[in-house]
Design a protein around this ligand. Structure first.
Ligand code: DGL
Length: 256
């Protein structure tokens, strides 16, 4: 069990931003990554659909022998992690928008959250944001269309800028001092985001927190890898183009 891989899934390549944090913090762990890009994006799907897809992704990773599952997708976590934990006997780590750290650090009392419709409308997101609603105002924007472009291998350019500006300019105007990237795809656009917002606005996401939590859970369950043999395997069920692009063609992407 200890030498089994960590399983990570997302609706596409966004989870690679989480994989990178995990790989940096846990260089002695093997990883299997699964991109359900045939069904991407998850952002405008119903809770039931997202749950069904998440179940399939977890089954895929468990069949590959994973010892722990990282749900590297805010939309899948906020809509399905409760059911996943109730149905599978394996530890789960999820990711949700980093409202708590932003709410603790804000001075203006205004934070912006960029996420998918599926995340913003979820019960879990509603609960977390109302926990902080007394001292913080949250400006939420659904960056509709960004995930689709990223999955087509478009990481910058006019269309990306247009969607980002539509979401970010009103937040800047309202004087947010923290911007939460509530979708694992968005850190891929960090350079364009930074070119739009003033550098007084701090950008936060939960990528490193997820890696730290993964480390804690491996330790708690005493399932840290002790083998020197490492493997990184990548799978997708749609076109491997965008996964190859984000991985700079350094790994083989297996199509299932
Ligand atoms: N990476 C997913 C997330 O964090 C993208 C969601 C989607 O497929 O729309 O929410």
């Amino acid at each position: 069990m200890n030498n089994s891989p960590i399983g990570i899934f997302d609706s596409g390549i966004g989870g690679i931003t989480i994989l990178n944090s995990i790989k940096n913090l846990l260089p002695n762990e093997s990883i299997i990554y699964y991109s359900d890009n045939l069904n991407s994006p998850y952002g405008n799907k119903s809770k039931i659909e997202i749950e069904k897809l998440s179940f399939k992704n977890v089954e895929f990773l468990i069949n590959k022998g994973c010892k722990i599952i990282v749900v590297a997708c805010n939309t899948a976590t906020t809509n399905s992690i409760k059911k996943l934990r109730a149905n599978f006997n394996i530890p789960f780590i999820g990711i949700e928008p980093a409202i708590k750290p932003a709410a603790m650090k804000t001075k203006s009392g205004l934070i912006g959250v960029l996420a998918t419709e599926g995340t913003l409308s979820s019960l879990l997101f509603g609960k977390t944001s109302s926990n902080h609603s007394l001292n913080v105002n949250i400006i939420e924007k659904n960056a509709e269309g960004l995930v689709e472009l990223i999955e087509k291998g478009i990481f910058h350019g006019e269309k990306i800028e247009e969607i980002l500006k539509k979401c970010l300019l009103p937040m800047i105007e309202q004087k947010i001092d923290h911007l939460v990237l509530g979708c694992t795809h968005y850190p891929i656009l960090i350079n364009t985001i930074k070119s739009i917002i003033p550098n007084t606005i701090k950008i936060i996401d939960n990528g490193e927190a997820v890696a730290l939590q993964t480390k804690r859970i491996l330790k708690k369950n005493q399932i840290e890898n002790s083998s020197l043999e490492l493997k990184y395997l990548f799978y997708c069920n749609g076109s491997p183009m965008s996964l190859n692009k984000i991985l700079n063609n350094k790994f083989t992407v297996n199509k299932v």
